[in-house]
Design a protein. Structure first.
Length: 71
């Protein structure tokens, strides 16, 4: 009998900040401004977080984090 460990993806403080801002429904332009980043960089970070979590859309990433009490 084997046991498999499930490894949760790791989100850093900036990832969580990004998800919190996305959860408010702010436009990406505003999220970028609040984070001091370009909109293009924010779009890339959103995609990277989604990829890391194995979800297709930013709202799914927000829900994933919220269900784990991270937001």
């Amino acid at each position: 009998m084997t046991t498999e460990q499930v490894v949760e993806p790791v989100l850093d403080a900036e990832d969580l900040r990004l998800l919190r801002l996305l959860a408010t429904g702010l436009p990406l332009e505003t999220v970028a401004r609040r984070m001091g980043l370009s909109e293009r960089t924010v779009r890339r970070r959103v995609r990277a977080v989604c990829d890391r979590l194995g979800v297709a859309a930013p709202i799914q990433a927000v829900v994933w984090a919220a269900r784990r009490g991270l937001l």
